[in-house]
Design a protein around this ligand. Structure first.
Ligand code: PLP
Length: 441
């Protein structure tokens, strides 16, 4: 680094998202710079990034090719209107994403975040049913413990109680599948649990309750990330697909975390052997360097809209910054890096090593379960009596002080590092976490 980072003056004005503002702002953790696998704190201390920022910096920090693409594009074309006109990079990125997507995905709708990608997917699902003469299909089915962002649509199908409760009833006509976690059946499973495929059959009960003719779509994260890396039981996603097919219901995979190499390949659905109708993505799409979301649809979904007079707008939806040139440039540069460096295969190359490292924490104080898949891991801790979330938060802070960024969510420690991680850095992450847990006994 050429210049010494300085601590910016901070005040109370910044209302921090998903943050205990009063506590955190007394002594905020600030990052001044980043490179490769590391953040750099204002006093120069390096922090090994165990969560890829927030599950997004998959190719590692401050990649020169992405920085260069962003600055060149901002210099050449700061903005282009996205309604009724565009610019070449948006077409180029849409083509490139369809090339990487599972067979049959033909079109991409751009937005600015995972939340927007999800709301776009839900609206497309409703519009699709209406376009094919099924306008009574207005019901959306999510799943308990899922996270689909913070828009009213995504939040309505999400299943994390604490996120929903403060905001009332949200969208009407929403139901939820049960989540797939049962510690008694699956504690310390490596990869996909054998138990639990039958939980998908609850969808048949939901269909029986509401009638298929009222249901537009089912949305699930293939691996539920934010709630604590809940890995789908073998056969579960296949069963969901079969039931959706039997009843004319669209299946949406929210791959905001799972895509771009996190599990295996550019998108995770082929790994699980299931092709949804719609895929949402964001985060790793631009390596976290600039906001962008993308909703990918299969040909039959797009075709359903392409009817009527050519002068008609087929989908009354879009954002001022849909397909922003700078974000498209970042997306293309990110894809280039991932293809050139084989990053979409990296999770699978490392997954056995990663799995062994994660499961080596079994038996340490407070650990009650360990889950993993691809380059994702969750170490679940027993909560402190009467203080849910506080044990994991303390562990997170202690790891940070020892130079490792490991996220806590509830009482689970979450790991999802940049895919460029080396084996020695995997060792470092888990040995720091192990030391902190031993010290907390
Ligand atoms: C599966 C999933 N969907 C949607 C979102 C929302 O993305 P964003 O925070 O970019 O709106 C997230 C964020 O973590 C996510 O994990």
């Amino acid at each position: 680094m050429s210049s010494t980072p300085t601590l910016p003056s901070h005040s109370d004005a910044y209302w921090m998202p998903f943050t205990a503002n009063r506590r955190v702002k007394r002594n905020p953790v600030l990052f001044a710079a980043a490179e490769g696998m590391h953040y750099i704190r204002p006093d120069g201390r390096r922090v090994l990034d165990g969560i890829a920022g927030l599950w997004c910096v998959n190719a590692g920090h401050r990649r020169p090719e992405i920085v260069e693409a962003i600055s060149r594009t901002a210099y050449e074309l700061d903005y282009a209107p996205s309604f009724q006109m565009s610019h070449p990079l948006a077409f180029e990125l849409a083509d490139a994403l369809c090339e990487e997507a599972p067979a049959g995905f033909s079109n991409v709708f751009f937005s600015n975040s995972g939340s927007e990608a999800v709301d776009t997917a839900l609206k497309i699902a409703l519009g699709y049913q209406r376009a094919r003469g099924q306008s009574q299909r207005v019901r959306l089915i999510g799943r308990e413990r899922s996270y689909h962002g913070v828009g009213f649509g995504g939040l309505s199908v999400s299943g994390i109680a604490g996120h929903r409760k403060p905001f009332g009833n949200l969208l009407p006509y929403v139901d939820h599948l049960p989540h797939t976690y049962d510690r008694q059946q699956m504690a310390y499973t490596r990869g996909q649990p054998d138990w639990g495929a039958h939980l998908a059959d609850t969808l048949e009960r939901i269909v029986a309750l509401h009638d298929a003719s009222t249901i537009a779509a089912v949305i699930v994260e293939p691996v539920a990330g934010s709630t604590g890396v809940i890995v789908p039981p073998r056969g579960y996603l296949q069963r969901l697909r079969e039931i959706c097919d039997a009843h004319g219901i669209l299946l949406i995979f929210d791959e905001v975390i799972c895509a771009f190499g996190r599990i295996d390949g550019a998108f995770a659905s082929p790994y699980f052997g299931v092709t949804p109708d719609i895929i949402t993505s964001a985060k790793g799409l631009t390596n976290g360097a600039i906001p962008m979301g993308a909703t990918l649809v299969r040909q039959h979904v797009y075709d359903a809209f392409m009817q009527g007079p050519e002068s008609a707008i087929e989908l009354s939806h879009g954002y001022t910054y849909s397909g922003h040139p700078v974000a498209c440039a970042a997306g293309l540069a990110t894809l280039d890096i991932c293809r050139r460096e084989g990053l979409f295969q990296r999770s699978q190359e490392l997954s056995r090593y990663w799995e062994d490292a994660a499961h080596s924490l079994k038996g340490l104080p407070h650990v009650v379960d360990i889950r993993n898949i691809g380059l994702l891991a969750a170490i679940e801790l027993a909560p402190l009596e009467g203080q849910p979330g506080q044990r994991a938060y303390a562990v997170h802070n202690a790891c940070l002080e020892r130079g490792c960024l490991i996220r806590s969510a509830g009482d689970t420690m979450l790991l999802s590092p940049p895919l460029i991680i080396e084996r020695t850095q995997i060792d470092e992450l888990f040995s720091v976490l192990a030391d902190v847990l031993r010290a907390s006994a």
